[in-house]
Design a protein around this ligand. Structure first.
Ligand code: C5P
Length: 422
């Protein structure tokens, strides 16, 4: 029987330090994943001598990061983002060196830089020789980290690889899992002092919560194939960035995209329409909901468990079922409906007419309509020509960069929602 999904949807960043206990980190990954967590792993240089990147990648199902200055990694996810994307950081095994770096703010490799740059708390499972653990320097570092909100699990007493007996053995994977569950039961975000941070405390959307859906969705056909579309996520990203710059608290729910996410917004990565709907519901209550995602209209009724094979029977027949309409669902909510619900209408003909229909059918206050005929290069491009359609009429804007469209849209929303004017 598989264990209860106590970590469903939780994103964990696992830092694997150097030590013989690193082999247990592999079992830990398995235990975390079977409880529903996703795990990104970072290996220190010493960690890589005990656990191979390959085995960690195979078990986490994610690329393993080792270097601070790996351009290929950074193109996908910078170290700041990597450190903030997780709900919680787990250090297992936590070496004396890692703890010393964390307690003293050193940042000379990827793991220590992540620990300094992160906005989340960590759970550490120390493993080291007992004299190293009992050394006043280590104990001082642990006390400092605990005072700052870190949690420790272990070390346990026992016989060590070096032959000595005492405290120093890394806690067992299930003990670490329990510590992770306990840590996640309380807020894991490290607050910034008032008045700093990317989020403006003033601005036309100050005090408002904005939820943005963005990017495409991927609907699985089998474990390796999916149905998708050409949405880049650029427009949704730009809207999230503009709303954050206007002082809003922003949640960006994004399908798989290749562009970097804006700073200062809470990111929820999803793959499918069903996951996007779930994330959107969970992000409520909000003041403004903006559906900029290009959600797949259909999903495969029963995705194949194994890779579909070419064969004598010819191409497989895919039975499709309709996905829920996220915008219509949120627009149609009763008490929990955001005050402003904004949809997009990507059309190739009768742009404004179709947008008007969507205004009613999807219960939104505004539809941002754009012509996505291939000759306009909107999908994946940097510019957009849109019409703002609401119950009163149409406001057509000239061709603008997506960032400018986002800025103007946010201004229009701020005017309607009546936030304090700058
Ligand atoms: O019907 P159509 O896909 O053209 O509607 C586009 C608008 O509806 C966009 O705002 C899109 O984000 C939203 N939508 C949605 N869920 C769907 C389909 C579309 O939220 N399943």
């Amino acid at each position: 029987m598989s264990p209860r999904q106590t970590l469903a949807g939780k994103r964990l960043l696992l830092i694997v330090g150097g030590g013989i206990a690193a082999y247990k980190a592999l079992d830990l990954v398995r235990r975390l994943k079977e409880r529903g967590a996703s795990v990104h792993a970072v290996l220190t240089a010493a960690g890589a001598r005990f656990a191979t990147p390959l085995s960690l990648a195979a078990l986490t199902g994610e690329p393993v990061r080792e270097n601070l200055f790996s351009l290929t990694d950074d193109a996908r996810m910078g170290h700041i983002e990597l450190s903030r994307d997780a709900d919680l950081i787990v250090i297992a095994p936590a070496t004396a060196d890692l703890l010393a770096k964390a307690a003293n703010g050193l940042a000379d490799d990827l793991a220590s830089t992540l620990l300094l740059a992160t906005d989340k708390r960590f759970v550490a499972a120390p493993a080291m020789n007992l004299r190293m653990w009992l050394h006043p320097a280590t104990q001082r570092n642990v006390a400092t980290l605990v005072a700052e909100g870190a949690r420790f699990v272990g070390p346990n007493d026992g016989e060590m690889a070096c032959g000595e007996f005492g405290p120093g053995r890394m806690a067992e994977p299930l003990e670490i899992v329990a510590a992770v569950e306990a840590a996640l039961a309380s807020p894991t975000a490290i607050p910034l002092p008032a008045g700093v941070g990317v989020r403006a405390s003033s601005g036309p959307l100050a005090g408002k919560r904005v939820v943005v859906t963005s990017g495409p969705t991927h609907e699985a056909i089998d474990p390796v194939r999916y149905i998708a579309n050409r949405s880049s996520g650029k427009q949704g990203n730009a809207i999230a960035a503009a709303a954050a710059a206007a002082g809003a608290e922003v949640v960006l729910i994004s399908g798989p995209v290749g562009v970097a996410f804006p700073a200062g917004v809470e990111i929820h990565r999803v793959e499918t329409a069903m996951e996007m709907l779930d994330a959107a519901r969970r992000a409520l209550p909000a003041d403004i909901f903006i559906a900029a995602a290009a959600v797949a209209d259909w999903r495969v009724a029963a995705p194949a468990k194994g890779k579909l094979k070419k064969g004598a029977n010819g191409p497989p027949r895919l039975e499709l079922v309709e996905n829920p309409d996220i915008l219509a669902t949120i627009g149609g909510l009763g008490a929990n409906r955001p005050a402003l619900v904004v949809g997009f209408a990507a059309e190739t003909s009768d742009v404004v007419l179709n947008a008007r229909k969507k205004l009613a059918s999807k219960h939104c206050d505004i539809v941002v309509a754009n012509d996505v005929s291939p000759e306009n290069g909107v999908m994946g491009g940097d510019e957009n020509t849109v019409h703002l359609v609401d119950a009163k009429g149409v406001d057509s804007w000239p061709k603008l960069r997506k960032e400018e469209v986002a800025g103007r849209l946010v201004e229009a929303l701020a005017r309607r929602i009546g936030g304090p004017v700058k």
